[in-house]
Design a protein around this ligand. Sequence first.
Ligand SMILES: Cc1ncc(COP(=O)(O)O)c(C=O)c1O
Length: 502
Amino acid sequence: MASAILRNTVRAASRATRSFRPAPIAFNNTRMFASVAPFVKGEPEAPSIKTSEIPGPVAVEKIKALDEIFDTRALNMLCDYEKSLGNYLTDADGNSYLDVYAQIASIPVGYNNPHLLEAVQSKQCLNYLINRPALGNFPPIDWESILRTSVLSVAPPGLNQVFTALAGSDANETAYKAAFMYRRRIERGEGAEFTEAEMQSSMLNEAPGCPQMSIMSFKKAFHGRLFGSLSTTRSKPIHKLDIPAFDWPHASFPNLKYPLSEHEAENRAEEDRCLQETEHLIKTFHNPVAALVVEPVQSEGGDNHATPYFFQGLRDITARNNVLFIVDEVQTGVGATGKFWAHEHWNLSSPPDMVTFSKKAQSAGYYYTNPLLRPNKPYRQFNTWMGDPSRVLLFKAIIEEIKSKNLVENTRQTGDYLFNGLRELAKKYPEQVKNLRGEGQGTFIAWDTVNRDSFLKEMKYAGVNIGGSGETAVRLRPMLIFQQKHADILLNALESTWKKRS
Ligand SMILES: Cc1ncc(COP(=O)(O)O)c(C=O)c1O
C-alpha cells in the first residue's frame, strides 16, 4: 500500500532522531503522491523543518520583541501567513508544518486559497471593508441577496432566518438573549406591553424587568468567554476564575466508553442517566430554564462525543418542557464532521430552535425559524455592526469553494480513512492512543494520551501542527481540503513520534 511505503520512508528518515529534542525529519513523499493534486495548487509536498530548535532563532527574537507590548504567554507559533499555503503553515523561521489545528478549527479551505483571495478583491467586498455598515440601521442595498446567496444558502434543514454576529461567543450570547425575550413574550401574552414595574426595575438590574431565568448547559461545555456565554462554559476553571457568573444550571454530559461497539449497553445507560438529570434540572431548577445549549461534540472540554440517541432525547425533553434547544455549531459547523452541520447526523424529531455558527464560516451568527424569536420591538437585539458584510462575502466564497470541490464529502471520506489508520496504530501503541473517538464524524477525531502537552511539542519536530483539548485529548481539526495523502503524512508523523516515546 502506498501509505505503508511512505510511512517506512519517513520512519527510516527519523530513525536518527534524538529522543528528547528530535532533529528535523527529512520528508520525502514526492514519489508517492505526485499524481494526487492538492485542492490548493502549489501546496508543499510535505512538511519541512529547517531549524534544530522550535521556535527557531528568528522566532525567538521576534517573540521577545512582541512580548514587550503584547502578552505572548499563550503563543503557540509565530506565523508567516504570506508564506503559508493550503494545508501548510509556515513559521517565522521558514519551517513549514502540516496544519491539523487550523487556527483553532477556523480555517476552512486552506491558507491563501486563490478563490478566497479573488473574492476579497472584488469591488463589492472592498466596498464593505472600507465602508463598514452598521447593519441594523443602515444595511446595504444588496444585503438581502448577500445573505440569501451565502449564510442562508447553507442554512440547517428547517431553519430560514439569520441574525449575524461578530464571533462565536457573540453568536451564543445573542441567541441566549433571543431565548429570554421569547420566553417572556410567551409568558406575557402576545401584544402585551411592558409594565411600569418592569421598566423601572430593569434600570436597577432587578426583577421583574430583569427576571431570574437561566440557560442550561453541560459539564465540560465550552460556549465562549463573554459574560453570558462564559456562564454556560464549564470546561476549565482558568476560563472562569474571578468573573461574576449567572446562577444557571448544568447537567452531566455522557462519559462514553470506547470502543463504542464494545460498550453499547453501558453507554446507553450513561446517556439515559444524563437525559434524566437534564429533565430533572429543567423541571426543578430555581431559575426557570429558557433554553438549553449543547455542542454536537464538546470540543474545548476534551472532545467528548455522545450518540444521536442522546441528542434526540435532548430535543424531545426541551420540546415537552417548553425550553428552546440551541445547538452550538461554532466548532463543529461547516463540514468538519462530514456533514455541513454536525447535528444533521442526529435525525431529530424537529429542527433545533437555534443553531449558532462562527469559526470556519469566518463570520458568525445564529439561524432560527420561529418569527417570535425576533423580539417584539426593534433595538432589543442590536449592536453597532451586527456582523460584517465583507466577512459574510468571504463565507460566500468559502461555500462556493466547498461546493465546487465537494469538500464535505472529501472530509467524510478522508475522515474514514484517517480513523481506520489511527485504529490500526492504536493497536500498536495502546499507551499513546486511548479512547479513540470520532468514527463516522469526518476528520473530527480525537484520542487521549499521556503527557499530552509534550506530545504536541514533539509533533512539531515531526512537521505537524496539532492541537489538544481538555486535559488529556489530542484533537484533529484539519481543514476541509485535507486529503488521504495528508492523512498519510500525519499517520507517519504520529507513528515516528510514538515509536520514540515507547
Ligand atoms: C463550541 C464553541 N462555542 C463558542 C466558542 C466561542 O467562539 P469565539 O472564540 O469565536 O468567541 C467556541 C470557541 O472555541 C467554541 O468552540
